[in-house]
Design a protein around this ligand. Structure first.
Ligand SMILES: C[S@@+](CC[C@H](N)C(=O)[O-])C[C@H]1O[C@@H](n2cnc3c(N)ncnc32)[C@H](O)[C@@H]1O
Length: 299
């Protein structure tokens, strides 16, 4: 077998990792698709091989089949939680798509007061939140909008992802200074505290409004998530095939309150016909408003 990567073994020699053949690649793609719904295109093979190889070396596993079998065994779930973090893409940043956040700001600014409660409240879901920057950006935007309104207000954010390691980072809310480059100085001052060297932590005031939880987007339909005013899901659907994207969007729509917004990444859904969603015209933003209450039985 040809080797693709090398590492020093205990004996001081380089340990070769076997090359992954096409049949093995299909087996791993199948596992990934079954468990996460995502489709790994052939050009991502080297990404998979590199990350599998690194993890296999860490745990002393010598071949792909042995590792594959381990993932199905008793220890499988724990190990899968580690691996899924390595083989999914977590790229994110604060205020990643300002135009979508502008739409959130408009929505919060104009949401009518609940006359019976005497306040206005907004529930948001950041789906596939990665390490939390998206959820905190939403929190800052909403808090700013509420402060400008001056009404009694409440908001809560549910932030979910399949990767437990990303969620740990999100919960801590500690980021190196360079990651705050897109946060305006005024917001940095208001919502971040200096932590260890060159790091900042999101203030408790915002952190308390966000609940981070593990969730596979493929299971959304069964999840006990309440009804949302805003569902924000960006840079996730690109990893799924067309029919799975439609299925995920349909399931997300079921968690929206009437009048609520579903905000996706622009270009992530090419065309969508959904009887309960109408597209919002907002420049370079892909968003839908739920028009009426669903009639599905199990909602
Ligand atoms: C590229 S990041 C996007 C982060 C953020 N939404 C943004 O736009 O900056 C994609 C995230 O999707 C998560 N993910 C991948 N498959 C998932 C699944 N089946 N269920 C939930 N999250 C998933 C990954 O763990 C990763 O954190």
């Amino acid at each position: 077998m040809k080797s693709v990567q090398n590492k020093m073994s205990e004996t001081g020699f380089l340990d070769p990792l076997p090359e992954m053949d096409d049949q093995q690649f299909r087996q791993w793609m199948g596992l990934l698709e079954d468990r996460t719904g995502t489709v790994l295109p052939p050009e991502r093979k080297s990404f998979l091989v590199t990350n599998l190889g690194l993890r296999m070396r860490e745990i002393g596993c010598r071949n792909y089949q042995e590792y594959y079998d381990m993932l199905s065994g008793v220890q499988g779930l724990k190990e899968w939680n580690v691996l899924v973090d390595r083989i999914t893409v977590h790229e994110t940043r604060f205020f990643r798509h300002p135009l979508s956040l502008e739409l959130v700001h408009d929505y919060v600014t104009h949401k009518p007061l609940d006359q019976s409660a005497g306040h206005v409240s907004v529930q948001v879901w950041s789906v596939a939140c990665s390490t939390g920057e998206e959820a905190y950006s939403l929190a800052m935007v909403i808090d700013q909008a509420f402060k400008r309104r001056g009404d009694a207000s409440y908001f809560g954010i549910t932030a979910t992802d399949i990767s437990p390691a990303s969620l740990i980072t999100g919960r801590k809310g500690v980021y190196p200074e360079r990651r705050l480059k897109d946060v305006e100085p005024g917001l940095r001052e208001e919502y971040f505290n200096q932590a260890e060297k060159n790091h900042y932590q999101v203030d408790d005031y915002l952190r308390k409004r966000i609940c981070f939880a593990r969730m596979n987007v493929m299971d959304i339909v069964n999840e006990p998530v309440g009804k949302m005013d805003i569902i924000y899901c960006q840079n996730l659907l690109i990893y799924f095939d067309r029919s799975t994207r439609t299925e995920i969007v349909t399931n997300m729509a079921r968690h929206l309150l009437p009048g609520g917004l579903l905000i996706l990444g622009s270009g992530e859904m090419l065309s969508m016909e959904h009887p309960e969603l109408e597209q919002i015209q907002h420049p370079r933003v892909l968003a839908y408003r739920r028009v009426k209450e669903s009639t599905r039985v199990n909602e």
